[in-house]
Every structure is written in C-alpha cells, then in structure tokens.
Design a protein around this ligand. Structure first.
Ligand code: BG6
Length: 459
C-alpha cells in the first residue's frame, strides 16, 4: 500500500469562468472571454463560449454533494472579479456575495476545505479597456478586489491563491495569440508579467495586514525543462527556456527577485518590462506561504537549429527549439507528452532549490477528446485516467518519502468543464458532463479516487 501523509488534500480544481455559467446573469459584467466570444466566436472550438459552462452557478449544492461522494476533503475554485465587482472597482454585487457565501459554507458543511483563487485568466472587460495588466490602475483595482475578498470570506477560507498560471495570459494574450487581446509584443508581455507580480505582491501584503490565520499562495504551471542532450548548446537552450517559463514567476514569489540570467538576457536585448520606483521592494513582500503546482507535460528543448534573422521578432524561441523526443509516451487524445517522473523532478527542484516550501499538486490531469467513445452502459470507462493518476501519484509518493513537502493532490478537474478557446474539446473530469442535459455521471476514475481518498493511498 502506498500511503500518503496524514491530512493529505484529495480533491480537484476548477475556476469560476469555466464552471459557473450564468456569465452575464445577476449583475455579472463581461470578462474578456465574454467579449472575445461575442466578437470572434470562430476562435472557439465548435463556436462554443462560456455562457453556461457547467452550470455550477445553479447546481452548486448538488455538485458539492457529488464532491463528497468522490471523497474530496478540499476543492479549489476561483472568484469571478467581474461577478463580485462588476465595474472592476467600487460597488460590490450582493448577489455575488450570496453565491460565494453559499458555496463556501456548503463546502465547509461537507468538511471540504475551500481553496479560493482570485484570478483565473478572467480579466473584467471594463478593466481590459483600461489596459488590463499593462495598466497600474488595474493593478491597484485588483489589490482592492483581493482585499474585498479577504474581508468578505477570509473568516472561513484558510487557503487563498492570488493567481492561477499567471504566465498563461502573458503567453496567450501578448505573445502567442491564444487569448484576448491577441497582441504579439515581447516587451508588452514582459510588462504584463511584471505588473501581474506586483498585483500578486499587493494582494499578499493586504492579506497579511488583515492578520487572518490562513495561508496565501499562488498557483504556477511548472514544466520541468529537459535538454535534448548534454551538449553545452542544448543545456543552455534548456536553461533559458526554464528561465522564461518557470523561474520568471517561481523566483519572485519564493525569493522576491527575478533570476539573474533572465534579467541579463532581457537587458542585453532591450526587452525589460516597464517598472515603477519601489517595485523591487514590493516584489520582496510577495513571498508565498504555499505554492500550488500545475503539471501536465514536460518541456524538452534543444539548441536552435538555425540562426535567427537579425530582424526576427523577439520571442523566447530565439534561444531554443522545442525538441520532440523519439518514442516519447503520448496522450494521443490531447497531443501532450506524458512524463510521470516530471512530478518527482519538480518535487526535487522545490526541495533542493526553493527551501522545500510547502506545496501541493494544484492541477494534473488527462484531457481526452471524444471521450464519449469510452462510454459503456452509461459510464465512462476511463482506465487510462486511473493509470495516468496512479503513475503520477507513485512518483509523488516517492518524492514525499524522500522529504518533499507536498501536501496534496488535486485533479484538473471535478466535472468536465469549458476550457477557453478549446471549449469542451478536451474532457478532464472525475465526472462526465452531458452538454445537452447537463446531467452529471461519475466516471470509473471518480469511483477509484473515492477509494484512494478513503484509504489515503492505493495498492
Ligand atoms: C490548465 C488551466 O492549464 O489547463 C485550465 O489552468 C485549463 O484552466 C486546463 O482548462 C486544460 O486545458 P486544455 O487546453 O487542455 O483544455
């Protein structure tokens, strides 16, 4: 039997925009997702937006009962800024307060610890109109929003997160064109990243000033960077990819400063973000109590095959090429490599290079396109997901035995949910969602995890 530490967090994660639905109901204002879908529905898989998502706004009570059936002792979702404070600043929406109070209280009544995140890619459109994360006015508005959440719910919520995967809106919105506002400009992306970190720090400062007895953290998507070979050029390429995609956020939130190598590289190429005097002091105050780690797939890098043209747009890929390792293990339903040991390698990096800070797996999971084909007699027989989770947990267990300070494992996700431009393409849940009827049915993996949680481990 592989047993996990006492009080290990078993649960799952979702976010407000991906689960709630009611996206323009009860006073909620549009987020960038509502706006982008309205203006360019063709950018979304099968032209499906998040208006209904998985109807958690209406079904929260029954859904929380289902979580209990899955053996959850913890659950992460987010608060929608555009629902709580529809104008971005100012008046707080009483219906939103009721909704989040209901959810939090119901979770606690079921002995499910609420883990609450403040921002999951969902900038209110009125704040994007002011410049989004490029604007310091928006950073200040976010700090007030965060403080409002702590004051409203901090008496009961003991685990807070300022952001989920803050690098993704940077990549999607300002580098690679898969999120609104679809800008491609590294220097602006760097400013967005920096301002996000300032916003994070301001929320941490606000939380500490209120002196609640909980913890505050951030959730980062960490993708260990593996070089193709030990050739120094491959090693350098992999190290640079690691600076850009992991340490750019990991270092500031754990050490209070950016990695020196990254700063030197951006200085050399005149790509440093815009900053304001006093920022480095603010950054130092954003060191977290708890780190959430999302892990799906590794990043493999090799030295660039071809020299870049002198006028090439500045992009992280100037310094490395992605490396497709022959015979890698794939999730053919999603197109991502599966590398279970990655979870162990992350644990080792945190243990050896980040003071063994308290952390947990905040997302891990297996997206499957066309999962309906695995439906037998009304239930999704997702043995592949059981195997995926088991293999990752096996490596996590080994890391914990070797001293990793990992406190829990949350799957992405609870019920199949809407996923940004991919809409409902990839299914990840412990529970299947019938899009036509909104009927929820526990998958085989959901029954399995209930046992794992019950026995706090597996054979
Ligand atoms: C994670 C995000 O990166 O990936 C989630 O935090 C997202 O919000 C999940 O839904 C799955 O993404 P995809 O693209 O496979 O649907």
């Amino acid at each position: 039997m592989k047993l996990f530490p006492e009080n290990f967090w078993w649960g799952s994660a979702t976010s407000a925009p991906q689960s709630e639905g009611a996206s323009l109901q009860d006073g909620k204002s549009p987020s960038i997702w509502d706006h982008w879908f309205k203006t360019e529905p063709n950018r979304f898989h099968n032209n499906v937006g998040c208006a209904d998502a998985s109807t958690f706004y209406d079904n929260w009570k029954d859904d929380i009962a289902l979580m209990k059936q899955l053996g959850h002792n913890s659950f992460r979702t987010s608060i929608s800024w555009s629902r709580l404070i529809p104008n971005g600043t100012g008046e707080v929406n009483p219906k939103a307060i009721d909704f989040y109070n209901n959810v939090i209280n119901e979770l606690i009544a079921h002995e499910i610890e609420p883990f609450i995140n403040l921002f999951h890619f969902d900038m209110p459109m009125c704040m994007q109109d002011k410049g989004g994360w490029e604007s310091r006015e928006v950073v200040e508005a976010y700090a007030v929003y965060a403080k409002t959440c702590f004051e409203l719910f901090g008496d009961r919520v003991k685990h807070w997160f300022t952001f989920n995967e803050p690098i993704v809106p940077v990549e999607g919105g300002y580098l690679y064109d898969f999120h609104y506002p679809n800008i491609v400009d590294f220097k602006r992306a760097a400013t967005v990243a920096h301002n996000t970190l300032i916003a994070h720090s301001k929320a941490v400062i606000a939380y500490r000033e209120l002196k609640f007895d909980g913890k505050i953290g951030i959730i980062l998507n960490l993708t260990p960077s593996y070089p193709r070979s030990q050739n120094p050029a491959d090693l350098k390429a992999s190290e640079i990819a690691d600076w850009f995609f992991n340490r750019s956020f990991l270092d500031p939130v754990t050490k209070g400063q950016y990695p020196t190598g990254l700063v030197e590289l951006l200085t050399e190429h005149k790509q440093l973000p815009e900053t304001v005097e006093g920022d480095s002091t603010i950054l130092k105050q954003g060191i977290v109590d708890l780190l959430g780690v999302n892990f799906y797939a590794p990043r493999r890098a090799q030295a660039p095959k071809y020299a870049r043209h002198a006028d090439a747009i500045f992009m992280p890929e100037l310094f490395f090429d992605d490396y497709v390792m022959p015979n890698r293990k794939m999730n053919p339903h999603r197109g991502w490599e599966i590398y279970e040991k990655g979870i162990y390698d992350i644990a080792k990096i945190i243990q050896n290079e980040y003071d063994n800070i308290e952390w947990f797996i905040a997302e891990n999971g297996m997206g499957v396109e066309g999962e309906e084909k695995f439906n037998i007699d009304g239930q999704i027989q997702d043995d592949y997901r059981i195997e995926f989770v088991k293999d990752h947990l096996t490596w996590l267990h080994k890391a914990i035995e070797e001293g990793a300070n990992c406190r829990g494992y949350h799957l992405w996700t609870f019920i199949d949910c809407w996923s940004w431009a991919n809409s409902y393409k990839n299914r990840y849940g412990w529970i299947a969602l019938d899009l036509k009827t909104q009927k929820r049915t526990i998958k085989k993996s959901g029954e399995w995890i209930a046992q794992v949680s019950k026995y706090n481990g597996f054979e």
